[in-house]
Write a protein that binds this ligand. Structure first.
Ligand code: F0G
Length: 413
């Protein structure tokens, strides 16, 4: 009987593409390796011939993509002797930082906006023993304070301005390429600080890169000269098109171009990166910082993105675009995904699908394309918003057989 090797997290999986040493103590909760789910009903509702996949990052250990970056950031913080980490957060980063700090046996300080954090995220940070500091201000105020305090206190910042974060998050692109056998034509993400869209682009670029000399100018870690690419003879475990593990001679050489050849640079090896913001928090659309961001998607209630310059580089290099979605569009997409596909994501995550659906219908996303939308966080993170917009009534009856039967018969299709 053959056994699949136990999956022990993305650092072990992509060790040769990440800045770790043989003796680095890895702080992991088994993050990464999330499902890439092909949507069945949404494309037909759109009446369009596109393949839409969602990368369900809500299935990471703390329920969001942040775990990919946090395993790297906390691993390196511990390696460098740090005993405390700090972040500003709209919620998910704080939950992730708290969990990985607990795992490492160090302390996490988290600054969160007063009253604008989804309940599930706050519960996580509190249970995981973080020092939760609620400020009378928004995420952008928190980020400013974190940067200031870190200059004089012995704490390591684990927001996405920490370049190790993006190194960990780039692995989502690796997983997508390995599963599809190529890069998608379009990759759609919700954008707040723009760390994640940058990280994905770094991942796609590393995979597509032929000589290791010029990966992408968006990478603040390697600054255009990547030393983390596996050597051409390096043994990299890949998955073939059927999902079976194979050992390849350097993953790059086995990449298949996108059939449409529409990827950046005409090579078909990198997707167009498309970033969607909530209309009330859309600095990339306004072309300048927004001072009072507001949206139901609290995770992306950010007016001063930290990866501003990098995201514009991604935009230019990939030939993608930014757009905005209204709160109504975001909530409608969240509900559609749950009702028609059985996939529950938090509101911010649904911005990727809301925007993609609109761009597919308008033809901006070209027919017959392969589109990946990242669902950044789990729906259980924000139960209040979910319940508030649920229209299906909860039937309240006596605990009697007849009444249960009636409830069933009345509601059969
Ligand atoms: N989606 C979710 C669910 C998020 O939590 C975030 C960011 C984003 C999207 C945007 O990602 O900032 O890399 O562009 N959340 C941060 C936090 C700000 O504090 O949890 P980005």
């Amino acid at each position: 009987m053959s056994f699949r090797p136990r999956y022990t997290g993305l650092i072990e999986r992509y060790r040769d593409r990440l800045p770790v040493h043989d003796d680095t103590r890895i702080i992991s909760l088994g993050e990464g390796n999330t499902p890439l789910i092909r949507l069945h009903h949404v494309p037909s509702l759109l009446g369009s011939d596109v393949d839409i996949y969602v990368k369900y990052e809500g299935l990471n250990p703390t329920g969001s993509f942040k775990d990919r970056g946090m395993t790297m950031a906390v691993t390196k913080a511990v390696e460098e002797g740090s005993r405390a980490i700090i972040c500003a957060s709209t919620g998910n980063t704080s939950a992730s930082a708290a969990a990985y700090a607990a795992r490492a046996g160090i302390i996490a300080f988290v600054l969160i906006p007063d009253g604008k954090i989804a309940l599930g995220k706050l519960a996580q940070a509190m249970m995981e023993g973080a020092v939760v500091i609620q400020i009378k201000g928004n995420f952008d105020d928190g980020m400013r304070l974190v940067k200031e305090v870190a200059t004089s206190a012995p704490v390591t910042i684990v927001n996405s301005i920490n370049p190790y974060r993006l190194q960990g998050q780039k692995t989502a692109a690796f997983e997508i390429i390995e599963e599809l056998g190529r890069a998608p034509d379009y990759h759609c993400l919700p954008v707040g600080n723009a760390g994640n869209i940058t990280a994905h682009w770094i991942g796609y670029s590393e995979y597509a890169c032929k000589d290791g000399d010029h990966v992408t100018n968006a990478c603040t870690f390697c600054k255009g000269k990547c030393e983390l690419l596996p050597s051409p003879s390096g043994r990299v475990v890949e998955r073939d098109r059927n999902g079976k593990g194979v050992v390849g001679e350097g993953a790059r050489s086995t990449l298949l171009p996108s059939p449409s050849g529409r990827g950046a640079g005409g090579e078909g090896l990198r997707p167009k990166m498309v970033g969607y913001q909530a209309s009330g928090a859309a600095p990339f659309l306004r072309g300048k910082m927004v001072d009072d961001p507001e949206t139901v998607a609290t995770a992306i209630r950010i007016g001063h993105p930290q990866s501003w310059d990098q995201a514009w580089i991604v935009n230019k290099e990939s030939g993608g675009w930014f757009d905005e979605c209204t709160d109504q569009e975001i909530l409608a997409a969240q509900k559609l995904l749950a009702e028609k596909e059985g996939i529950f994501c938090e509101p911010a995550s649904a911005a990727s699908l809301a925007g993609a659906m609109r761009d597919i219908q308008s033809g901006k996303i070209i027919a017959n394309s392969t589109v990946v939308c990242t669902l950044t966080g789990h729906g259980l993170k924000d139960p209040d918003t979910a319940i508030a917009q649920s229209t299906a009534p909860v039937l309240k009856i006596e605990a009697k057989l007849e009444q249960v039967k009636k409830a069933i018969l009345d509601n059969l299709p």
